[in-house]
Ligand binder design. Structure first.
Ligand SMILES: C=C(O[C@@H]1C=C(C(=O)O)C=C[C@H]1O)C(=O)O
Length: 117
């Protein structure tokens, strides 16, 4: 059956009973490929990526809250705001595991816990 718009205009291409010749432009744009097997796998992998991202965000927020609690506890007890030796340990841990990007990540993690210096 033709669409209303096509019926009204009479000049638009029929959009209804053409053969299914493959993925739509929208599906291709969404996954970045017109190959349906690859697209299916990409959709599957993206589900896991989204799950991982949710976990990273939750852990990021939990870590920042814990770090802020340590800071508040220490300040309230007359201690220092920061403990640089501990920060160095953390930077080294991330650098060893992830290289230079790990150092950058650790700097962001530390900042999330205590705010910019
Ligand atoms: C959370 C702490 O306080 C600060 C924040 C740190 C962190 O976010 O890991 C590490 C050292 C401190 O400068 C701590 O001392 O453990």
């Amino acid at each position: 059956m033709m669409t209303d718009v096509a019926e009204q205009s009479g000049s638009l291409a029929r959009n209804d009973d053409r053969a299914d010749t493959g993925p739509t432009a929208a599906a291709t744009a969404r996954t970045g490929t017109g190959d349906s097997a690859a697209a299916e796998r990409i959709v599957e992998i993206r589900e896991r990526i989204d799950e991982i991202d949710r976990t990273i965000i939750a852990l990021w927020q939990e870590r920042a809250a814990l770090s802020q609690e340590v800071g508040a506890t220490r300040l309230a007890s007359g201690g220092t705001r920061l403990v640089l030796s501990r920060e160095r340990e953390i930077l080294e841990r991330f650098r060893q595991a992830l290289g230079a990007d790990g150092t950058q990540l650790a700097l962001l993690l530390l900042r999330a816990g205590r705010g910019p210096l």
